[in-house]
Design a protein around this ligand. Sequence first.
Ligand code: SAM
Length: 270
Amino acid sequence: MSFPKAKKRFGQNFLNNKVVINEITKVINVQQDDIILEIGPGTGALTKNIIPLCKEIILIEIDFGLAMLLKRTLPEQQKINILNIDALDFNPTQFMKNRRFRLVGNLPYNISTPLIFHFLSFSPAVIDMHLMLQKEVVERIIAQPGQKSYGRLSIMAQYQCDVHKLLDVDASSFQPIPKVQSAFARLVPNSKESPKAIDEKLLKTLVNQCFSKRRKILKNSLKSYLDNGIEFDNIIDLSLRPENISIEEFVELANKISEWEIQNLTEKQG
Ligand code: SAM
């Protein structure tokens, strides 16, 4: 297969292994009613497999030259909508109206985490996400408390989604060959019955606060709240480190702070 010269600034590493491309297509399991949104189709390695299987496909490609190439070369153009924009500027609510879609992409690794959270912020519209990511990022997404990779990304991704690693993909499957290994993952938003935070922004702040001092025990990270008289010790052992705290426990801690804030506000107003 011949490829256009890869642009580093767009994180271009094109899939170059037919076996891997077919395996990925298989695990996505495209259905004939599916509306697929593909981020960064590149030269269309995956796209060409998906088009005959789906109802409609929207391609978001930042590289003008590649967007034009796709317009010229892809079959079944009546099913395809090619947008030459930055995926981070894409607003699915405006574009898709109320139609739900499945997100697919071999993401540019330099912006993969912001892209995941950008699309999760539209999560009622997103049925699921199938993404090629740096292997290390997938390890962080699926990590459990006590594991080395467990941290903010594990908590915020698993708070919103069911997460699965589907395939390990060797660096040699791409052209040019990246310096890092890759893995293909599935994230399914809205599939969890677990407890929800009263204030999700606060949950995020709390998790950031605790993990910015990963080696510190909770008693130290939560000092400002403890000084305000919020009692956490009936929820959690404050001598633990954040890497040993489950998502449900972080939600409980955040909700305790929210309840304290609401009560404080009510008392001030009353
Ligand atoms: N899907 C192709 C494949 O597997 O061969 C290409 C994958 S390559 C890792 C990433 C693709 O994302 C490139 O085509 C690149 O131009 C595109 N891209 C990079 N940043 C982007 C952005 N912010 N929005 C949309 N596309 C982007």
